[in-house]
Design a protein around this ligand. Structure first.
Ligand code: ZN
Length: 523
């Protein structure tokens, strides 16, 4: 590792009124960071003015973040960030599973894992002590049997170098459209920073049988953060695994797996329903007492299917429509994927908590949520001027923006044929008649007129959804934010009302109504 600056910083909390030096930085949680040379902190603490929370946090931005990761190197080992001594740098420290500390004498000892099982020492290895515990495990117990492909040791790499490695590797094994290779690569890298995001997109591969979509999933299994194939976990373990380990869940042949008539199908359904957003939960009925338990199911998910079989899936996924074609290579080189995973692990340790979130521009909140993670990873190409990279930031941004435009377009098409769109179109037609003086009252559209139009021109039946057309129209107007007013002609839409004018204009833009563009016609 590189050398680090020697300046140490101290985090503290104010306990009473203190004038702080100008250079101190206030954190979101109300604590402060301060260069220790700047203030007599010890004295302030002694006087009860401040409470020192954590001493000697290195200020270096290259400090490693993230939790513990298991690696398999002949015997089960784990690595975790280590914040150095006295603030001097930070490093990734490797340890063996099965290391214990005697709580009586502080002696640490190592007991080899026996057939994958952790064994606690019988008595302290320190002859002077020799007591029978208690012993504290110095390793992550919950990670003892990972169900995902493990990386090897961490391999240092640059973010853009890693991107290029993955991009070129994927090109050998998959037939995708040119832009999709980049989205696929960004998604893999984003999965390793799952803790940084509150929302994520699903990747959905749609293709007929035997056209490479399984390969797309298997490749993700090799390259994503803690990737797990759904068929390899029981329904009970599925929820627990996602919550505990933030696994990347991969579902192949989803149309036959995600179904309501099997327990595992229901579990997957629950995971997909809420899994795109942090703090959304799936409920599972557990045990003989049938106790409902909630699980957080947020995490990256890749899905392959022959068709879109679920509306949530369609609105939350970046969809790759795969065509047949033979990739250069079919058998995945495990040595290469091991190296990539080890580099991705370095990417995680060195990048987590560091990239500022980048919000894409879109009028749809859902689309912003879907693309935050990809835009955030894409920024690694910013400030790469002069360095030859596999893609420039501008081009990558263009790819993502095009994808957003495509999704916004699809969404509009859906809306165009909706009930709302039909009501708006009726209003548009009646406005024309208003202007031409065919209606009884200028600048007013009666709800009755809208209902009549829909009945005669769009074939609406009088009892739709058990209510009269009038009622439906009134309700729709309310939902769309169009206010009506009561007059001697019944409820009307006042076309001179400023609020109504603005609202109508926005709605028509969104639904592509008026100005020569009719319902159901694409631009
Ligand atoms: Zn001891």
């Amino acid at each position: 590792m590189e050398s680090y600056t020697n300046s140490t910083r101290t985090i503290f909390k104010l306990t009473s009124d203190v004038t702080l030096p100008g250079s101190c930085e206030q954190l979101k949680d109300g604590t402060f960071i301060i260069d220790s040379d700047d203030a007599p902190l010890d004295r302030m603490a002694e006087d009860g003015l401040i409470e020192i929370l954590e001493e000697n946090v290195p200020s270096n931005k290259d400090m490693f973040c993230g939790g513990t990761e298991v690696i398999f190197n002949k015997e089960l080992q784990f690595i975790k960030p280590f914040h150095g001594l006295n603030g001097h740098g930070s490093e990734l420290r490797k340890d063996k599973m099965g290391t214990w500390r005697c709580k009586r004498c502080d002696h640490t000892m190592y007991v080899p894992i026996d057939n994958g099982r952790i064994v606690e020492p019988f008595e302290c290895f320190n002859d002077v002590c020799g007591r029978k515990g208690p012993f504290e495990p110095l390793f992550p117990k919950e990670l003892i049997k990972p169900i995902w492909k493990l990386p090897m040791d961490v391999i240092e790499c640059t973010p853009t170098g890693l991107y290029e490695d993955i991009y070129l590797f994927v090109k050998e094994y998959l037939i995708l459209k040119p832009d999709e290779y980049h989205i696929y690569t960004l998604w893999i890298m984003a999965s390793w920073l799952v803790d940084d995001f509150d929302t994520c997109p699903y990747l959905l591969f749609i293709a007929p049988k035997e056209s490479g979509k399984s390969q797309a999933i298997i490749l993700l299994q090799h390259l994503c953060y803690r990737a797990v194939l759904s068929i390899s976990v029981t329904p009970a373990a599925l929820f627990r695994s996602i919550e505990l380990w933030h696994i990347t869940l991969l579902i192949d042949e989803a149309e036959s797996q995600v179904r309501m008539d099997t327990e595992s199908g229901q579990a997957l359904y629950g995971c997909l329903n809420g899994g795109y957003k942090r703090d959304s939960y799936a409920i599972r009925i557990e045990g003989d007492n049938k106790i409902p338990t909630t699980y957080e199911v947020f995490g990256f998910k890749g899905i392959a299917s022959t068709k879109v079989f679920h509306p949530t899936l369609e609105s939350r996924s970046i969809i790759f429509n795969m065509t047949q074609g033979k990739p250069k290579k079919l058998i995945i080189n495990k040595k290469d994927t091991n190296i990539l995973r080890s580099k991705l692990l370095y990417w995680r340790f060195s990048t987590l908590n560091k990239l500022p979130l980048i919000l894409p521009e879109s009028r749809s909140g859902r689309i912003i949520e879907m693309f935050i993670s990809l835009f955030t990873v894409a920024q690694i190409f910013k400030n790469c001027c002069g360095v030859k990279t596999v893609i420039t930031y501008d081009d990558l941004e263009k790819i993502l923006k095009n994808k957003i435009k495509e999704l916004e377009g699809l969404r509009r098409e859906e809306e165009v044929e909706s009930v709302d769109a039909q009501v708006l179109q009726a209003i548009d037609k009646l406005e024309e008649r208003c202007k031409e003086g065919y209606t009884d009252e200028m600048n007013m559209i009666k709800i009755m007129e809208i209902a009549d139009y829909l009945k005669h021109e769009r074939g609406w039946e009088e009892e739709i959804g058990k209510e009269k057309i009038n009622t439906t129209v009134g309700r729709k107007l309310k939902v769309m934010g169009l206010r009506t007013k009561h007059t001697m002609y019944g409820s009307v839409l006042d076309l001179t009302n400023e609020e109504t004018i603005v609202c109508l204009k926005q709605l028509k833009e969104r639904f592509l109504i008026g100005s020569g563009v009719g319902v159901g016609i694409k631009i």
